[in-house]
Design a protein around this ligand. Structure first.
Ligand code: MG
Length: 400
């Protein structure tokens, strides 16, 4: 079996709003075709134009090889060796950042091909196979509004709805200030407590509640002073409170208070996670299946987390392609109690709602293990074409 060609589709939600703190508004879908007629599907969570350039750029020298050129003619079942070949061949430009993110989409597509070729769902072929009967999603919630009162009220209402829909857990995106403040929100840190309190009241005590600060706090001291008042909210974890590179700050937070600290959504490869785990001392690791470098690399991060006895809760803010990848990943990882899940009924992204022919189904609050070969998903190509058109139109409107 040989790889014959690669397609990269750059997609955009026609309603994209640049002031929203939401990467569910764009997407790159990578298709890898083979001489046996099997096509693998992958996706990654990064600027799709940048990712496409990383994949399709031609080779210029031995240390700056083209990902696409390195793939053509390869046996797609040889996933580990291909990952290493791409990593080494692109090392001068890659090793971290968008090149690794782009490799993530390629790697997911290769796992899809392998499952389809062998007639098995991906989870049966990962880390010695499934160790669970189902995967539990948590509802990731972020209303699209720029007013504080509107945000708080909508978030509480969405959380209540999520619980009614069967979710056992949910996360309040609490990006009210800082470098990635959502839709112009600009509130003092102490107001985060008002939002969390409203959400906790709406869902009651028998619901697992996470909070995502999206890098809002400038330092550990400010964060500690704010979250000391959150004791009554029973927060399952606090996600990315500090800038990614403040590993000393993460250590202080992890050691000086009781709420588990979660991080890792933007990190690439096992090497970045090694630093985060060893220096940042976090309690919950959050690899994104695409960004980290694909399912292969996510499994390496999981092995590292397992060795340290850490909890794994993958990041996920994309379409059903990433949800499928994270579901297969979680199925083989007992230390992974939840996967992030952007509910199509409780989000604004049409990409999330419409890209696949059929969405991954939640039944009684859990996702039964997929049984179809590969990732077990199918793209709606009419929807894909319309999102591609929206992306093309956005490029035409750029004036630099
Ligand atoms: Mg996050």
């Amino acid at each position: 079996m040989r790889i014959t060609s690669i397609d990269c589709f750059v997609l955009l939600d026609p309603k994209m709003n640049k002031s929203a703190t939401s990467s569910a508004q764009d997407d790159i879908v990578v298709l890898i075709h083979t001489d046996e007629g099997i096509t693998g599907i992958g996706e990654t969570d990064v600027n799709p134009w940048m990712a496409r350039a990383c994949i399709m750029a031609p080779s210029t020298h031995t240390m700056g090889m083209s990902l696409a050129e390195m793939l053509i003619g390869e046996n797609p079942l040889d996933i580990e060796r291909i990952w290493q070949k791409l990593y080494e061949g692109s090392a001068m430009n890659g090793r971290r950042g968008v090149v690794i993110n782009a490799m993530g989409a390629i790697d997911i597509a290769l796992h899809d091909i392998r499952g389809k070729k062998l007639g098995k769902p991906c989870h049966e072929l990962l880390m010695d196979g499934p160790k669970k009967k189902f995967v539990t999603p948590y509802a990731s919630l972020q209303p699209e509004t720029g007013s504080f009162e509107g945000y708080k009220t909508s978030l509480a209402a969405w959380a209540k709805k999520a619980k009614e829909m069967g979710y056992k857990a949910g996360k309040a995106e609490c990006t009210l200030s800082g470098p990635y403040a959502h839709m112009g929100l600009n509130e003092p840190f102490h107001r985060m407590a008002e939002v969390i309190e409203a959400v906790r009241k709406a869902v009651g005590d028998d619901f697992t509640l996470m909070v995502d600060a999206q890098y809002a706090f400038p330092d550990a001291k400010t964060c500690l002073a704010t979250i000391k008042d959150w004791k009554d909210f029973n927060v399952y974890f606090l996600e990315t409170p500090l800038p990614s590179d403040d590993l000393e700050g993460y250590r202080i937070l992890s050691e000086e208070q009781d709420i588990p600290i979660a991080a890792g959504e933007w990190l690439c490869t096992r090497y970045e996670f090694q630093h985060l785990i060893e220096l940042g001392k976090i309690g919950v690791v959050q690899p994104d299946m695409g960004r980290v470098g694909g399912l292969s690399e996510a499994c390496k991060v999981a092995a590292m987390a397992n060795e340290k006895g850490l909890t794994i809760v993958p990041h996920l803010w994309k379409t059903g392609i990433s949800i499928a990848a994270a579901t297969h990943f979680s199925a083989v990882n007992p230390a992974c109690p939840f996967i992030e899940f952007l509910p199509s009924d409780l989000c604004e992204s049409t990409l999330r709602k419409e890209l696949l022919k059929e969405d991954i189904k939640m039944v009684n609050g859990v996702i039964p293990l997929p049984t179809k070969p590969g990732l077990g998903i199918e793209i709606d190509f009419d929807a894909l074409k319309s999102f591609e058109k929206a992306a093309d139109a956005a490029v035409k409107n750029i004036r630099i």
